[in-house]
Each structure stands twice: as C-alpha cells, then as structure tokens.
Design a binder for this molecule. Structure first.
Ligand code: NAP
Length: 306
C-alpha cells in the first residue's frame, strides 16, 4: 500500500483514533501522524504506548502542516475543537471527522473551516464498548463500512484521498448523504443502544428486588444488552442530543411494534409472534451472509446460556 498523506493529525486519542493510528502504521499510509488529546493523562498514555509518531500539547501544534486533520472527539466537542484549530490549518488541507452523527457535526464544524480548506465528514461503522487510547487495535476497521458523508460541493481529489486512506485501513467505503446517514444509523445503531440501556436499567431496578440474581443468572440475551449498555456515556449522550429527530422517529415506530407484540402476548396470538420472529431471523442471516458477523453460536464466545 502506498502513502496517501505526508502528515495526518488525530485530534482526540480514544478508541477510534488509536485504531486509526495502528491501521495507518500497519499499511504505511502516512509519513508522520501527530496526535493531541485534551488531558495530560491521555497524552502521557499515548506517549508511553507509542500511539502517534509525535504527541503534541496543543491542537495548534498538532494540526500545523497537516494534510489531513481527523476530529476523533465526542460529537458535542467537535464545534469547539474546530474553532480552536481553525486558525492553524494549512491551506489546502482536508479536515474530516469520525463522529457517529453527521448533520449536527456539519452544522457545528463547517462554519469554522477557513477558505481553501476542505471539510469531508466521515463515519467508520466499527467500534467496541471500550474507550480510551489503550483500547484501539489495527484490525478494527477490517471489512467494516466507513461512510464518507460530503456536503455542499466537495473537492473530488480530497474525497478520493480520504477514501484511499479508509480503504488502506481495511474498510469498505461508501458515500452517503448526511440526513440519510443519520436516519440509517438511528435504525442500526442509535435506537438499539437506547433499548439496551433501557433494558439494563430495568434489570438494575429489578436487582434490588431479586437481590443480585439478575447478575448471577445473567443469560445470553441480557448479557448481550449489557455489553452494548457499557458503551461510553459521553459519546452516547452526545449521539442522542444531536441525532434527536431521527432517533425519536425510530423510537416511535419501535414503541408501536412493542405494543403490537405486547398485545399478541396478552391475547395469546402465537401465529403473530411466530411470523414476526421468523421475519427477524432472516435479518440475522442477511448480516452473516454480508460478512458483517460470525455465524458461530453465541458470536463464537463459547457455550451460551439462555
Ligand atoms: P473515546 O475513546 O472516549 O475518546 C475520545 C477522545 O476525545 C479522548 O481522547 C478525549 O480526551 C477526547 N475528548 C473528549 N471530550 C473532549 C472535549 N470536550 N474536548 C476535546 N477533546 C475531548 O471516544 P471514541 O470511541 O474514540 O469516539 C470518538 C468519536 O468517534 C466520537 O465522535 C464517536 O461518536 C465516534 N465513533 C465512535 C465509535 C465507537 O464505537 N466508540 C464508532 C464510530 C464512531 P481525553 O482522553 O483527554 O479526555
């Protein structure tokens, strides 16, 4: 794989930025990668584990001379960070981001981008429930989708270079409209997270009644919810605050379906339940056929309890 950029700056050094760094190094995609995180503790950790070729103590220093700057901070922090770095950007550079919501990031960041700098938002559809500089790994994006979400009249060469970087990091790339992105992600990621948070919250309330049996006898269904519900609180708070409309739309539909199933249970309508579960099972098969998950029982983690 040949070099795509001479210098890339990663702003925010958590799960996504650290995975990007290791994936960039694995394929030799960039000459020098600089990095910045707001806390000294994270910068110290980054230096200790060799995360970034050069860890900087200010955003200004990190972005100086960078051909590509990637904002890897929570969605709610994108605007203020963009404002801080804007005066220090190299003319002709590209700014991108990895935020889980796109319309709100475009609205917050685009006004700060100087004339002659390209802003090409993106979102890798890959993650884990872990966060921080030590949670990243080079394989995170392998065979996962990374969506490039241009707005306005994007510079084609800037889009092509960003695509080459994501492909070099192992991802499959597709271009998507920002509002469509936010609706798709509300269905595939944001609402499922909210449901998982809710189910674990309900179980936590119940735990007080059943004296920790919920933890002790935790079955596969509940455990899968707890993994999702362990995701970073800051990141997910920001996702729901900024993808409000689409999430509320999908939650409305979810609630209607839930009531329909609740009624089927109450009235003993086994056919409706059976047909519904047959339809949903096919979705899982589709995901496996698309190579987006394993078909091993219990996600390949060993025996499952139900
Ligand atoms: P993370 O591991 O929690 O790291 C976040 C980084 O942002 C940390 O370095 C943190 O600095 C910095 N930061 C936090 N608040 C900040 C602020 N107010 N100002 C400046 N810097 C701040 O997060 P992540 O999982 O890598 O997520 C980063 C972005 O990727 C988010 O926008 C998220 O929506 C998106 N994303 C996440 C996933 C996922 O599954 N995790 C997947 C795709 C996209 P300190 O360490 O110094 O506090």
């Amino acid at each position: 794989m040949s070099q795509v950029y001479d210098r890339v700056a990663l702003i925010g050094l958590g799960l996504i930025a650290s995975s990007m760094f290791w994936a960039i190094k694995r394929a030799g995609l960039v000459g020098e990668v600089t990095g910045y995180a707001r806390s000294e503790a994270t910068r110290d950790t980054a230096r200790r584990i060799g995360l970034c070729d050069r860890v900087c103590d200010s955003v200004a220093e990190a972005v100086a001379g960078a051909d590509l700057v990637v904002l890897c901070v929570p969605v709610g922090a994108m605007g203020p960070v963009a404002a801080e770095m804007a005066p220090h950007l190299k003319p002709g550079a590209t700014v991108s981001d990895v935020g889980s919501v796109k319309r709100a990031v475009i609205d917050a960041v685009a006004p700060h981008i100087p004339e002659g700098v390209h802003f090409i938002p993106a979102h890798p559809l890959a993650g884990t429930e872990h966060s921080g500089p030590e949670s990243g790994f080079a394989e995170l994006f392998d065979n996962r989708w990374s969506l490039i979400v241009p707005h306005g009249d994007p510079d084609q060469a800037a889009v092509d270079n960003l695509r080459a970087l994501w492909e070099g990091m192992g991802a499959n790339v597709e271009v998507m409209d920002p509002d469509h992105h936010d609706l798709v992600l509300a269905v595939t990621s944001h609402t499922p997270h909210l449901i998982a948070y809710t189910m674990v919250g309900v179980a936590d309330d119940l735990r007080r009644v059943t004296d920790s049996e919920v933890i002790k006898y935790s079955a596969a269904g509940f455990r899968d919810f707890t993994r999702i519900a362990a995701s970073d609180p800051t990141m997910w708070r920001d996702v729901f605050l900024t993808n409000k409309e689409a999430t509320l739309e999908i939650l409305g539909r979810f609630t209607e379906e839930l009531f329909a199933l609740q009624r089927a249970i109450r009235t003993g309508d086994g056919d409706q339940l059976f047909d519904y579960f047959t339809r949903t099972r096919a979705i899982r098969r589709g995901i496996i056929q698309a190579g987006q998950d394993t078909d091993k029982p219990n996600f390949g983690r060993g025996p499952a309890t139900r």
